[in-house]
Design a protein around this ligand. Structure first.
Ligand code: KG4
Ligand code: ZN
Length: 341
């Protein structure tokens, strides 16, 4: 089976070709191409993603990216078994570009079309690199648009144990980076600059919310950093960007790791996984591994290129759907706030 995956939910135009033997197992998979055209340079002048600019750029880029994915995989359109595309959550105009391209291909080639949930796809990125990974496990999905703590009881059987009540984790990284004069996207910048800083330099607040809650809240932490910097500027006090970046990052990671490990203990799973753009954060990977291994838990996360938005993860969900004979109707809409459950 050869699955063409398409991802356009935010600011990456991505197409991937995934081959599989037809068995419903991650070990049956072989990624043949994974092309990502990032719009970061386009949006960085605005300090964040401008939805209308993103949609227009997807329209211009989708066909060349698709051609490159096919040629790198050394397949032609007639070899494709099914086409999968993100249908939400995401920016509606952006999602529509990839979704429409996928439906058009499905009609033209007379093959199944499969609509994919972007958050589920982030989780599935783990299966591309960890063939031994199998439910049940707990997965922390943290990106620019979502922060969800998900219990995967079985394939396709999800329980969202906690989610953010305000900003997503990546959004907080991006906003704090902007306050510190770092470029967009801020997550990788804070990760890089924070390595030179002292994570204990400033004790920023951790929002642990009500006892037993698995939800997150990052807006108070973000405001606290903004106020700290504004106060220092008012008083003419010099700030250490590496120290603040490291201290902010530590506050986010403390909460993320605590919640993930508590969820793993409640569900009595042996494995925890990371997914989404923030899962590329080196300190989060290190800290979760350290604390989870002390509890005898296995930790899985994808390579950084499969943490941030890509179409290989979309093709991966598409593959498992196709293998089980599932496909979507051609009138499946783009759903900006699509839920996992
Ligand atoms: O998954 P993704 O590409 O897009 C969404 O689905 O939202 O995630 C992008 C987010 C951005 O907020 C970016 O700053 C963050 O992931 N990010 C990171 C790192 N790399 C990307 N955050 C922290 N550390 C990183 N190394
Ligand atoms: Zn994403």
């Amino acid at each position: 089976m050869i699955i063409l995956g398409i991802e356009t939910s935010c600011d990456e135009t991505a197409v991937a070709v995934l081959e599989g033997t037809g068995d419903p197992s991650p070990s049956a998979l072989k990624l043949r191409s994974n092309i990502i055209a990032s719009q970061i340079d386009l949006h960085s002048q605005f300090g964040g993603v401008v939805p209308e600019v993103a949609s227009r750029c997807h329209v211009e880029t989708i066909i060349p990216v698709m051609e490159k994915a096919l040629s790198e995989a050394d397949v032609s359109l007639s070899d494709i078994t099914a086409v999968a595309a993100t249908h939400g959550p995401g920016l509606v105009g952006a999602v529509l570009v990839g979704l429409s391209a996928a439906k058009a291909l499905a009609v033209a080639l007379d093959i199944p079309f499969i609509g994919v949930n972007h958050v589920e796809a982030h989780i599935y990125a783990n299966f591309l690199e960890h063939p031994d990974l199998a439910p049940p496990f707990v997965c922390l999905v943290v990106s620019g648009g979502h922060s969800d703590l998900v219990y995967l009881k079985d394939y396709g059987d999800y329980h969202v144990m906690g989610r953010t009540r305000d900003d997503a984790a990546g959004e907080a990284f991006d906003k704090v980076a902007r306050t510190l004069g770092l470029s967009y996207p801020g997550g990788p910048e804070i990760d890089r600059v924070g390595r030179e800083g002292d994570p204990q330099a400033v004790r920023f607040p951790r929002a642990f919310l009500e006892e037993g809650s698995y939800d997150f809240s990052f807006s108070g932490l973000k405001t606290s950093v903004v106020n700290y910097v504004a106060k220092a500027n008012r008083k003419g006090r010099e700030i250490s960007v590496p120290d603040i970046a490291a201290s902010f990052q530590e506050a986010v990671i403390d909460v993320l790791v605590e919640r993930t490990l508590r969820a793993a203990s409640e569900k009595a799973v042996r494995t925890v996984a990371l997914a989404g753009g923030v899962a590329a954060n080196s300190r989060l990977r290190q800290e979760l591994s350290l604390r989870a291994e002390k509890k005898g838990l296995n930790v899985k996360y994808p390579s950084p290129i499969l943490c941030t938005d890509n179409a290989a993860m979309v093709a991966c969900v598409g593959y498992f759907q196709a293998v089980s004979g599932k496909s979507s109707s051609l009138d499946l809409p783009a759903v900006p706030n699509l839920h996992l459950e």
